[in-house]
Design a protein around this ligand. Structure first.
Ligand code: ADP
Ligand code: MG
Length: 696
């Protein structure tokens, strides 16, 4: 008798798993037998009812059974295996583009075969392209269950998933898996949810008449008690881990910094404007946090152009006044430089020294900067270069991270670790223009306090947005030229799908050349990521001063660039960009009092998602609505920029679809919060060691 595999056994113990398969599974995060149990089908196919070939119509997804009449390898451009199947009621052609020799041999004339797939009406009758199939032997029973279709990766076929999940389920049925029920019985009962084992069995092998038959996990309405039960468990695990991080946070010590009125008054008196009420409110919230001996973890959220920079400056003052250091980081060189210029200009009159560091600061200059940082320079501004190991602060009191969503979670963590000294942690302020939809904030940022600037400075006008076909490019150029001659200023943004600075720069160069040819009388500038910092600054300065009228740019201008007089923007290939990027770009205009416009140039035909994106851009300037739409179209990982880091990747839960469940989670968690063993087990089951990242 063979022993059944156990929960924590490696998948290697399973039949059919060699090193290659093990690697493939690992890519999907599947390492143990238990992981397989939690790898759930995407959808199900009803293969219980065979259909006579003569009754099949194009578009049907059906199971058919017949005898192979004819089988041949046909060579066109590629080899194709073509098999003709007959069941007496009709004939049907099966086509395979990828096949091995052994597969072709096994499908010889006279073989009895079941095939499942979508019927298509080919030129010479009905066909199935790449059906799933199996040879049938007399006496085979028809399947009494729905056939699960598992999410997969290259090289793992559905047949393998069946084989692997069969083995894992066998262990589960025999209770060999030690898979513990972690949800309290009372909770299950109250919400009429099945137990863990039952839920897993149902989801892997539903009965033919199960409601799951017509559901697809990607459907908006895919709800089923078995699935909901697992989703609730997963959400609870995330919630509990966030609560734990919060507790940890509260045990940490920070230095308290109190408000320094005269410095603040000096600063405010030299501003050319009054703070908006929203700015004043969030400054007060931040200063209150800074006055505590627990490290601030605050997310400052405010749409593009709402004036976060001045809030950052005001947050820095009390820390600097107390003789501690403040670090400000931005994700792009251009934005960091802009901060450098802004802060050095506004803070120098107050006697505050700033130090600049980016990866382009090298040699002597770098040494100089590092020394200044180590000996306590008040304000350190830079790119992610600030997060490198070689950078040592004397006494860091506050870390400000601008446009957070561009930073990886790891980087954010690194800077905070860096500042920890003598048992004190620096305060942290994260600023983002990506409004985090409520559902996301509740889950992803449970450990953060949130401040919102929900008001734009007075006098702003909404940007009028239009989407225009590339074919009318000439017209657009004429309109821009006209406006520029009238004294307005415009951006022409060149975009590419690939994140290649080089290609993007080339595209921008080409566009600039073309525009220069057509508009020789206009002063046109070009800025992209491959220019030297000094060149970039010179061009930005010339644009800011109004000398350059039309600025051709790559998406380097996406974040933070602030030239209030620019009131027109053309975005080339707008259909290629995601919503938040479009919104960020558009946020560069509409900053002055002039009525601003944005032209989204697109190349038809538009896909469904691209159309939805352009539509919402035309419909609204409200970053919040745009972000919610973005979440709907893309999913949370990408919205938060955490896709690569693995944080906030739910295995099952879906923030949009499971919004109702999410709302119940905090309350459900109350019964578990003090049960350390249970919550440890839940967190380990669903997050593994991801918890560390979530903390960043
Ligand atoms: P963002 O929140 O996108 O970082 P910025 O801080 O760059 O916005 O501010 C955008 C523009 O608004 C800047 O030109 C800034 O000087 C201006 N600004 C900020 N606050 C106010 C205010 N209260 N009144 C008028 N203009 C303001
Ligand atoms: Mg900004």
């Amino acid at each position: 008798m063979t022993t059944l595999p156990r929960l924590n056994d490696s998948v290697r113990v399973l039949r059919g798993v060699g090193p290659g398969m093990q690697d493939g599974l690992k890519k999907l995060g599947i390492e143990s037998v238990a992981d397989l149990l939690f790898h759930l089908p995407l959808r199900y196919e009803d293969r219980s009812q065979k259909k006579a070939i003569g009754d099949c119509r194009p578009g049907d997804r059906v199971l058919i059974e017949g005898i192979i009449e004819h089988s041949a390898i046909v060579r066109h451009r590629r080899a194709m295996l073509v098999v003709t199947l007959s069941d007496g009621s009709g004939m049907l052609t099966l086509r395979f583009f990828n096949f091995h020799a052994a597969q072709a041999r096994s499908l010889g004339r006279g073989v009895s075969l079941q095939a499942f797939g979508e019927i298509r009406g080919g030129g010479r009758g009905l066909e199935m392209i790449h059906p799933s199939y199996q040879r049938t032997v007399d006496g085979d029973e028809d399947e009494a269950q729905l056939t699960p279709i598992y999410p997969s990766t290259e090289g793992i076929r559905q047949a393998s998933w069946m084989n692997l999940s069969n083995q894992a389920l066998e262990s589960l049925k025999q209770d060999k898996t030690e898979l513990t029920e972690l949800l309290p019985a009372s909770l299950l009962k109250q919400h009429q949810l099945p137990g863990l084992k039952a839920a897993l069995l149902t989801l892997h092998r539903p009965e033919v008449d199960s409601e799951l038959a017509n559901m697809n996990r990607e459907d908006e309405n895919f709800h089923h008690p078995a699935r909901d039960r697992l989703v609730v468990e997963e959400l609870l695990a995330h919630h509990l881990s966030m609560r734990r991080i919060q507790q940890q946070q509260q045990r940490r010590q920070a230095l308290a910094f109190s408000q320094h009125s005269s410095l603040e008054e000096n600063f405010l008196s030299q501003l050319p404007f009054q703070l908006t009420a929203a700015q004043a409110r969030v400054v007060a919230e931040i200063q209150q946090d800074l006055g505590r001996t627990q490290p601030m973890m605050r997310l400052l959220q405010g749409d593009v152009g709402c004036g976060k920079t001045v809030v950052a400056a005001l947050s820095a003052l009390p820390v600097i006044a107390a003789g501690y250091q403040v670090a400000i980081t931005a994700p792009t060189e251009l934005l960091a430089e802009q901060h450098r210029d802004y802060f050095s200009q506004t803070l120098k009159p107050l006697g505050i020294e700033t130090v600049w560091l980016s990866s382009r600061v090298t040699g002597k200059a770098r040494e100089h900067a590092l020394n200044a940082i180590a000996s306590g320079a008040a304000l350190v501004i830079g790119t992610h270069a600030l997060m490198q190991k070689s950078v040592e602060f004397k006494q860091l009191g506050l870390v400000i991270i601008d446009e957070q969503h561009r930073f990886g979670v790891h980087q954010r963590l690194a800077l905070r670790e860096k500042g920890q000294a003598g048992g004190h942690w620096p305060h942290q302020l994260i600023m983002t223009a990506t409004p985090i939809p409520r559902t996301l904030a509740m889950t992803a940022y449970a450990g953060l306090q949130i401040s919102v600037i929900d008001e734009l400075p007075p006098g702003r006008t909404a940007v009028t947005t239009v989407a225009i076909d590339q074919q009318r490019r000439e017209q657009v150029i004429k309109r821009i030229a006209y406006a520029c001659r009238e004294g307005r200023q415009a951006y022409w943004v060149c975009t590419l799908i690939e994140e290649s600075e080089l290609l993007e720069a080339q595209a921008a160069e080409d566009t600039a050349r073309q525009l220069l040819e057509e508009l020789p009388d206009l002063n046109i500038g070009l800025v992209h990521g491959r220019l030297k910092p000094a060149e970039k600054s010179a061009i930005m300065d010339a644009f800011r001063s109004g000398e350059i009228k039309l600025l051709v740019a790559t998406t380097v201008i996406e974040v933070g660039v602030d030239v209030p007089n620019a009131s027109l923007m053309v975005i080339d290939n707008a259909e290629r960009l995601g919503l938040s990027q479009l919104h960020q770009l558009r946020g560069r205009v509409g900053r002055g009092s002039e009525q601003s416009s944005c032209v989204l140039l697109f190349k038809p035909p538009l896909g469904e998602t691209a159309r939805a994106r352009l539509d919402i851009m035309r419909a609204t300037n409200d970053g919040f609505r745009i972000a919610e739409k973005d979440l709907e179209l893309r999913g949370p990982g990408e919205v938060l920029g955490t896709r690569q880091t693995g944080a906030l990747q739910f295995r099952l839960a879906d923030l949009a679809r499971d919004a109702t469940l999410i709302q119940q989670v905090p309350q459900l968690a109350e019964s578990l919060i003090n049960d350390k063993q249970r919550s440890d087990a839940l967190i380990a089951r669903w997050l593994g060691n991801a918890e560390r990242y979530a903390e960043a």
